[in-house]
Design a protein around this ligand. Structure first.
Ligand code: SF4
Ligand code: SF4
Length: 409
């Protein structure tokens, strides 16, 4: 172990053993979360062993909740103790190197490198074989991981035509695979239907269906949360039949703001936390293989992950119904159904995604930075109302946009 890593490890243990849960609002076990004190080891004991499921054609056994490279250190270590073995976005470890507890047991973990388009953002950028090839090599050098198990096209393809014709990412993958540096191909897929900056953009489900038919990718991440989403449910069934792996992301729709709404929290059934109910639902009552859920601290780790694989009790189901109704009134599901109908070409879903980062993740910095980069902001909305009938949630989109502009400007 290098000196740098020894210091890092020592510092981490000092911090983790002193980790104290504070500021929680859940009400499990009859004891307020605010009264609990949890170390990494205790957190892992409370959550228990995470079940595993096969993911994609390779049949790799992956924990039903996966980790991510931007997870804080204490939840990462607790996750490892619980058997979390798939790590999304491990290129985020390029600054500090991968955690020692993963490096020392490298073969026990699946580490994914997430690769962005180049020369712009996920709408305007392009796929470039050489740049992707070079990026993965650099990420390997700086993380110290030796190889990546999965190479992920971040944000995915714009449409089915691009899936068929643009093969640069796949060629970069194949070259790296020949060198033993990557093993499996995957993508995260956003929706581009009606996006004025993406000519011919299609929905996530349409693109993913083409990806499965193409047969080269092994699994995908996509937005999935409570509330009816028939198009994505049809895709998930199709993926299951084909043996294609599915991972839900952006799963906690509107929970951040729910937890701050005392009137809403008081109405939830006794001893129910929204995050815990969400995880019970995701891991026992949906057809996805795994999910990624952002937690910011060891306290949220316990509250959230302790629901993994546990039965959805009647009171959890009741909470999910209440959360769905609440989220439908407040938090956009990012389906993009509205976008093609806007004569002003307002990037509605994009703006409301950033609003979710602010209101639910409380990541104001990220939300404001991303909003500042938009060339068309919410203030170009003419309040014409054309988009409103197309929103499956019945959101008052012009009002939401005005609020988002005030929050993020
Ligand atoms: S209300 Fe605003 S966002 Fe909706 S269609 Fe009209 S201009 Fe576009
Ligand atoms: S505003 Fe409504 S239609 Fe538009 S992306 Fe959000 S949920 Fe979908």
């Amino acid at each position: 172990m290098t000196e740098k890593r020894l210091i890092k490890r020592r510092e981490f243990l000092r911090l983790s053993s002193a980790t104290v849960v504070a500021g929680l609002t859940g009400r499990l076990s009859g004891k307020p979360w605010t009264d609990m004190e949890v170390t990494v080891e205790e957190a892992a004991r409370k959550v228990g062993r995470l079940a595993r499921r096969k993911l994609g054609y390779s049949g790799r056994e992956v924990s039903i909740l996966i980790g991510a490279g931007d997870l804080a250190e204490a939840p990462t270590e607790a996750g490892i103790l619980c058997g979390m073995n798939y790590w999304h976005k491990t290129n985020r470890w390029m600054g500090s190197g991968a955690p020692d507890s993963i490096l020392k047991n490298r073969e026990a973990h699946y580490c994914q490198v997430t690769v962005d388009r180049v020369g712009g953002n996920h709408r305007t950028g392009y796929i470039d074989e050489e740049e992707h090839f070079a990026y993965v090599k650099e990420a390997l050098k700086r993380t110290g991981l030796g190889y990546f198990d999965d190479m992920q096209l971040h944000y995915g393809y714009h449409n089915t035509d691009e899936v068929k014709k643009e093969r640069g990412f796949i060629r970069a993958f194949e070259r790296l695979k020949k060198e033993g540096l990557v093993k499996h191909l995957c993508l995260s897929q956003h929706g581009y239907a009606g996006d004025s900056r993406v000519p011919g953009g299609q929905s996530a489900a349409e693109v993913l269906t083409a990806v499965v038919e193409d047969g080269l990718y092994e699994h995908a991440q996509f937005m999935y949360s409570y509330g009816a989403d028939p198009e994505m449910d049809r895709f998930i069934e199709f993926a299951r039949k084909k043996g294609f792996g599915t991972i839900a992301m952006k799963t906690a729709r509107g929970i951040g703001r729910m937890k701050e709404d005392k009137a809403f929290m008081d109405k939830l059934p006794a001893e129910i936390s929204p995050y815990n109910a969400l995880v019970r639902w995701l891991t026992t009552s949906t057809r996805i293989d795994a999910a990624v859920i952002r937690v910011k601290s060891i306290d949220e780790f316990v509250e959230t992950y302790s629901g993994a694989g546990k039965d959805l009790r009647a009171r959890d189901a009741q909470a999910i119904a209440m959360m769905t109704a609440q989220a439908d009134r407040t938090a956009c599901r990012l389906c993009t159904e509205c976008q093609s109908h806007c004569p002003q070409q307002v990037p509605i879903a994009e703006i409301l995604r950033f609003e979710r980062y602010a209101m639910d993740d409380h990541d104001w910095n990220k939300a404001r930075k991303l909003y500042a980069k938009l060339s068309r902001k919410a203030d170009v909305c003419a309040n014409c109302g054309t988009c409103v009938p197309y929103c499956p949630q019945g959101l008052r989109i012009p009002d939401k946009l005005a609020e988002a502009h005030a929050l993020l400007s």
